[in-house]
Write a protein that binds this ligand. Structure first.
Ligand code: KE4
Length: 434
């Protein structure tokens, strides 16, 4: 039964968010939460559980953001919560080695093909900052290649204006980022292996490596074209550069071993986050032992963090991976998500809408376009106004989608067939009204 829009009140959300805007820039702790690209006021949450969220006005939503990835087992999974309660009794942070770090490190190393040794940090941004410094330290080279539309956290060197054309010398995307910091960041269109080859040809022996989302979630959902990842593996080997998969979003979501397991392409280094923290702040970078051995104090490359590896975050991560490693997990995630994206295609057809959808395991996306989306430029050409109206209509019917076309959607082990049916019923109403 779809929630009727008339019963949907957001009075308390509006009051709280109005006050928030006087206290915090934009009223949020992270920009995408402000609903800037979909309009209207953001929803203020009060509680999350399983596949659902409740706002401060008591409205319930089926959640397809899942706090941007960590909630893959469902929000507040009882086994995670119980384990956290037990861990809390022993304190929240040691600032010293704990056995729990060994446990999570072993699970990550056992799961992720490229990772022989791992360092825990507190966010995906920190993981990407650390791994970039490591890539430069190991190769003695300064330049990196990233792809337009890929996001690797908010560290200066990644905030690069994704310029047009094949090879773009980085121009800062944000004030406060000096050109000197981004001049070594080269960009190319995603899925364009020829553009990468041209960059290497034009910058022989000066490129430390290539950094990418092996399945893009930060331009909307964009999977790699056949041969793209394999091509990057070859070209980086050819030029003595490193290949780094940013699996902060795809890690333990696309498969238990991440996109690198799914696609059978093993990078030299990998970043992780989100899922491995089970909802608490954790990031990580890891890879070949000969490279990781450069990280202080084993080697000279410095990186540190007060709360890195803290027992609470380790506990939440360990319990989450224990749930995910059970047989049948990824078949279930794939099945429920495919039901959603197949259903959205069907609903679009019935209502005369033109959409393209994509899905791998518990990650999906939809664009209002009839074209296949291969890169950020394609994504930007989709009907963003229609996405805005769709987002609002779904929100009013109790379906919480990412408040930006340039984000991916996430399902979890908690999403049921009934949830998907309800979502598709709401989508049919909304698409009929667009
Ligand atoms: P954090 O610093 O936000 O933990 O991770 C940065 C990051 C790095 N790499 C990838 C592939 C990522 O997707 C992210 C963060 N993802 C965004 C959502 N697209 C986090 C949400 C937000 O910025 O509020």
């Amino acid at each position: 039964m779809v929630t009727t829009t008339s019963s949907w009140k957001t009075t308390k959300s509006e009051e709280i968010f109005t006050a928030a805007q006087k206290l915090m820039p934009g009223g949020v702790s992270s920009p995408v939460r402000a609903f800037k690209s979909v309009g209207g006021q953001p929803i203020v949450f009060d509680q999350v559980k399983g596949a659902y969220i409740w706002d401060v006005d008591g409205n319930q939503y089926i959640d397809y953001v899942g706090t941007w990835g960590p909630a893959i087992c469902g929000h507040a999974h009882p086994e995670v919560i119980v384990a956290l309660h037990d861990a809390l009794g022993k304190g929240t942070s040691f600032g010293a080695p704990s056995a729990l770090e060994n446990v999570l490190a072993q699970k990550v190393i056992d799961a992720v093909p490229s990772i022989e040794m791992v360092r825990f940090v507190n966010s995906g941004t920190e993981a990407c900052m650390g791994v970039l410094r490591l890539m430069r330290a190991f190769t003695g080279r300064d330049k990196i290649i990233k792809f337009e539309g890929c996001y690797h956290g908010h560290a200066d060197m990644f905030l690069v204006k994704a310029g047009s054309g094949v090879a773009t010398l980085g121009l800062p995307d944000s004030p406060g980022v000096p050109k000197s910091t981004t001049r070594d960041t080269l960009t190319a269109p995603y899925n364009d292996i020829e553009a990468v080859k041209a960059l290497f040809k034009d910058n022989p022996d000066t490129i430390a490596g290539v950094i990418l989302e092996p399945v893009v979630g930060n331009s909307g959902f964009i999977p790699p074209d056949t041969g793209f990842l394999e091509g990057l593996r070859e070209i980086t080997k050819e030029y003595g550069a490193l290949l780094m998969f940013d699996e902060v979003m795809t890690g333990f979501r696309i498969a238990y071993g991440g996109a690198q397991e799914k696609f059978g392409v093993t990078p030299d280094l990998t970043t992780l986050g989100k899922v491995i923290g089970g909802g608490l702040p954790v990031g990580a970078y890891g890879g070949r032992e000969d490279i990781m051995s450069m990280v202080a104090p084993a080697g000279p490359m410095y990186q540190a963090g007060t709360l890195s590896g803290n027992p609470l975050a380790m506990t939440a991560g360990i319990e989450t991976l224990k749930l995910l490693e059970k047989p049948g997990t990824y078949e279930q995630l794939d099945k429920i998500t495919k039901k959603l994206t197949d259903g959205l295609l069907q609903v679009a057809k019935e209502t005369g809408q033109t959409v393209s959808t994509g899905q791998i395991s518990a990650m999906f996306g939809m664009f209002f376009t009839g074209e296949t989306v291969h890169n950020y430029e394609d994504a930007k050409k989709s009907d963003l106004t229609k996405f805005q109206s769709f987002h609002r209509g779904m929100l009013e019917r109790g379906i919480y989608l990412a408040p930006s076309q340039f984000e991916a959607g996430f399902t979890s082990l908690a999403h049921t067939e009934e949830d998907i049916d309800r979502t598709l019923a709401a989508a049919k109403e909304v698409m009929s009204s667009l």
